[in-house]
Design a binder for this molecule. Structure first.
Ligand SMILES: [Zn+2]
Length: 287
């Protein structure tokens, strides 16, 4: 009795008595477009070399796409070739968005780990494109309330899909094309389509086919933000130049430790933005 009274008084002193545990806001989850007659073709897991062909096919059709980039999946986003790809996508008017850093299953991570996965790729997009993305697609489409809470705090919304080309789960190009045939024949008001720019047949066969079918059916090929009538970015600023003399890593020790797992030893401690060799040796797709 005395103990509980003491606790009550103590809580009252700190102004906590009436404060029930606060539920944090949950980020909105979008799995469908809202603007009629639109198709948002989205591409996960890059940057990757096939991005160039996808972009060219979209632009030639008067369309735009959306790229959900990882920080370190098929390669490090700070590799020269990947910086070029990310910048290219953004400069061509496609939407760039977060697919988190290392393609982890966010629903299995702690609060701190979730934020770490999120902020590192956001920082990369800030540096490379000068933007803070408004949308995050959780890897595997996997999320829980903790992920939604973290996204809401970061000012982001979750983007899922209502059509899967199946390219990442082993469907052949022919089977993916058949899926596009089916959805075009069903002719929903809009389509939010999942694809992967890391798969050669997606870029060379499926997407050119899908674009032609979708255009013939009268759809507008737009970004995810456009198909939702929303802004793609929380803010747009100035990109950084890849120049070690300008790196805040030199003055911010926390960036050293976070960068540490993914870099090789380099002289002078200049490790964050440099000293990567491109794992994609040729970038012959670059126009
Ligand atoms: Zn993915």
């Amino acid at each position: 009795m005395f103990a509980s009274l003491f606790v009550t008084v103590a809580l009252a002193l700190f102004g906590c008595v009436s404060a029930a545990p606060q539920k944090r806001a949950l980020a909105q989850v979008y799995s469908k477009c809202t603007v009629p007659n639109t198709v948002a073709l989205t591409f996960d897991d890059g940057p990757h070399v096939w991005l160039y062909d996808i972009s060219k096919a979209l632009i030639a059709a008067g369309g735009k796409g959306t790229f959900f980039f990882n920080g370190n999946n098929y390669g490090c986003i700070y590799d020269d070739a990947n910086i070029k790809r990310v910048k290219y996508a953004y400069d061509k008017g496609h939407q760039v968005a977060s697919h988190t850093w290392g393609h982890e299953n966010l629903a299995t991570l702690t609060w701190d780990q979730i934020h770490d996965e999120m902020w590192r790729v956001e920082l990369a997009l800030q540096r490379i494109c000068g933007v803070q993305p408004a949308f995050m697609r959780p890897p595997f489409g996997s999320y829980n309330d903790l992920v939604r809470e973290a996204s809401a705090i970061r000012g982001q919304k979750l983007a899922i899909w209502d059509f899967d080309s199946g390219d990442s789960v082993g469907l052949t190009a022919q089977q993916s094309k058949a899926r596009y045939d089916d959805v075009v024949n069903a002719h929903p008001s809009n389509i939010l389509a999942l694809n992967h720019d890391t798969i050669v047949t997606t870029s060379q066969e499926v997407i050119p086919y899908a674009i032609q079918k979708l255009k013939a059916a009268g759809y507008n090929l737009v970004t995810l933000a456009e198909c939702l009538g929303q802004e793609p970015y929380q803010w747009v600023g100035t990109p950084q130049v890849k120049d070690v003399s300008e790196l805040d890593v030199l003055s911010d020790p926390s960036l050293h430790s976070l960068a540490a797992p993914m870099v090789s030893p380099a002289p002078f401690g200049l490790t964050f933005y440099t000293h990567y060799t491109d794992t994609h040796k040729s970038d012959t797709r670059y126009p």
